[in-house]
Ligand binder design. Structure first.
Ligand SMILES: NC(=O)c1ccc[n+]([C@@H]2O[C@H](COP(=O)([O-])OP(=O)(O)OC[C@H]3O[C@@H](n4cnc5c(N)ncnc54)[C@H](O)[C@@H]3O)[C@@H](O)[C@H]2O)c1
Ligand SMILES: [Zn+2]
Length: 357
C-alpha cells in the first residue's frame, strides 16, 4: 500500500489509508519506532471497540503497551486530563524511548498529541484516528492542544505525528451524525482547493468503501499541501483551511458547544461565507446554490433553527477579537476550488450574511 507522504519543514511522515489495518499496526509501527514501552490513549466509546486489537497487535510486534482510557467527549480535552495521563504513563514506567498511540477521534488526537509533546520533553506520537474528521483533518498538520475555561485549543504545541494509520473499517461504528460532520470538512477542502472533488461528491456514493478510501487520501493530500506551505500558520496559506470557521466557531460557541457538532456549525459558517463571497469575491450564484445543496445532501444544517440565540453569535465573534478597525481577515471563495483572504469584510457584511441563515 502506498501511503500519503506528508512534509512539513524538516518533518515528514506517512499516512496509511486502507481496510483492515488495525491488526497489522504493531508491525507497521515497528518499522519506524522501537519503544518497547508505549501508551495507547483512547476514550470510553472507542476503547471497548478497538483497543484490544491494537494492544494485541502491538504486543505481537514486541511492544509493551499500557492502555489509558479517558471519558469520551470534548470536556476531557483539558490540562488536568493531560497531567493525569502523564502520571499514568510514569506509573506504567514509560520513558524517553517510549511512544504514544492516540486511538480515537479529534479529541483523543489533540490530547494524546499534546501529551506526547510534553512527556519527557517530547516523544513520538502515532495517530490512529477513528472518526472521519480525525482522518481528513485533525490527525494531519501537527496541531495538538487542550481547551481552557476561556476557550478551545488555547494551550498547545506543534508536534507532528510519526505515523498516521487510517483503518476505514473503524468508521462502521461511527454514528451517522459524526460521519456527516467529517464530510463538512471534506466539502470545505473541495470548495477551497479541488473543484473536481466537489463534482465527484455531487455524483458518487461517498459511503462506498473504495470511494471513501480514495476520498480520505485526497483530503489528506489537500490538508498536507496547505500545511507544507505554512507549517506554523503564519503566512496566511494555512488560514485558508479556516473557510467557514470564523462564523462557524462563533455559532458553535453561541450554542454552548451543545446545539451543533463542529462540522455542523462549520456547514452553517460556510453557507454564510458563501453569501459574503458572493458580495466580496463575485462567487457566482449557481455555485453558491450548489454548495448549499451539497451540504444538505450530507444532512448538514444550512439554516439556523428559528429559536437559536443569534445575538450570541456576535458576542462570540467579538470575543475572538478578530476585528481590527471594524474589519476582519476572512476567507472567501471566488469560485469552487479556490480561496483567498479578504481583509475588508465588516461586521455589517457578517450581519447581512447571518440574516440569510
Ligand atoms: N488538530 C487539528 O488540526 C484539529 C482539526 C480539527 C478538529 N480538531 C479537534 O478535534 C476535535 C473533534 O474531533 P471529533 O469530531 O473526532 O470528536 P471526538 O473525538 O469527540 O469523537 C466524536 C465522538 O465519536 C466517538 N467515536 C470516535 N470514533 C468512533 C468510532 N469509530 N465508533 C464509534 N464512536 C466513535 C467518540 O468517542 C466521541 O463520542 C475537537 O476537539 C477539535 O478541536 C483538531
Ligand atoms: Zn474544522
Amino acid at each position: 500500500m502506498t501511503p500519503v507522504a506528508i512534509r512539513a519543514g524538516e518533518h515528514s511522515y506517512n499516512a496509511f489509508v486502507g481496510a483492515n489495518l488495525l491488526e497489522g499496526i504493531g508491525s507497521r509501527i515497528a518499522k519506524k519506532l522501537h519503544g518497547p514501552s508505549c501508551a495507547i490513549i483512547s476514550d470510553t466509546n472507542v476503547a471497548p471497540l478497538f483497543a484490544n486489537r491494537v494492544k494485541q497487535s502491538l504486543t505481537s510486534a514486541g511492544f509493551q503497551p499500557a492502555l489509558i482510557t479517558i471519558p469520551a467527549g470534548e470536556q476531557s480535552k483539558t490540562l488536568e486530563q493531560a497531567g493525569a495521563i502523564c502520571d499514568e504513563m510514569i506509573a506504567a514506567s514509560l520513558d524517553r524511548q517510549s511512544f504514544v498511540v492516540g486511538l480515537g477521534g479529534g479529541v483523543i488526537g489533540d490530547l494524546s498529541g499534546f501529551v506526547a509533546a510534553i512527556f519527557e520533553r517530547g516523544i513520538p506520537h502515532v495517530q490512529i484516528p477513528t472518526t472521519l474528521l480525525g482522518m481528513v483533518d485533525s490527525s494531519i498538520g501537527g496541531k495538538t492542544g487542550v481547551n481552557t475555561g476561556a476557550g478551545k485549543n488555547l494551550i498547545g504545541t506543534f508536534h507532528h505525528p510519526a505515523l498516521v494509520i487510517d483503518d476505514i473499517d473503524v468508521l462502521k461504528t461511527l454514528p451517522r451524525r459524526e460521519l456527516n460532520q467529517g464530510f463538512a470538512e471534506i466539502i470545505k477542502h473541495a470548495i477551497i482547493a479541488d473543484a473536481e472533488m466537489f463534482s465527484d461528491l455531487e455524483k458518487e456514493r461517498a459511503s462506498d468503501a473504495l470511494v471513501l478510501q480514495s476520498l480520505i487520501r485526497r483530503n489528506i493530500e489537500i490538508k498536507a499541501r496547505f500545511v507544507a506551505k505554512d507549517q506554523f500558520d503564519r503566512t496566511g496559506q494555512r488560514a485558508l483551511l479556516n473557510f467557514g470557521h470564523t462564523i462557524g466557531h462563533a455559532i458553535e460557541r453561541a450554542g454552548d458547544y451543545e446545539t451543533f457538532l463542529h462540522g455542523e456549525a462549520i456547514s452553517l459558517g460556510m453557507v454564510a461565507a458563501c453569501v459574503i463571497s458572493a458580495k466580496k469575491a463575485s462567487l457566482p450564484q449557481n455555485q453558491r446554490a450548489a454548495i448549499v445543496d451539497l451540504l444538505s445532501r450530507f444532512n448538514l444544517p444550512t439554516r439556523l433553527p428559528t429559536n437559536f440565540p443569534r445575538e450570541k453569535i456576535f458576542e462570540a465573534l467579538e470575543f475572538d477579537k478578530k476585528f481590527e478597525h471594524g474589519k476582519i481577515r476572512f476567507v472567501v471563495t471566488p469560485k469552487i476550488g479556490a480561496a483567498r483572504l479578504s481583509s475588508d469584510v465588516t461586521i455589517e457584511d457578517i450581519r447581512e450574511a447571518m440574516d440569510q441563515l
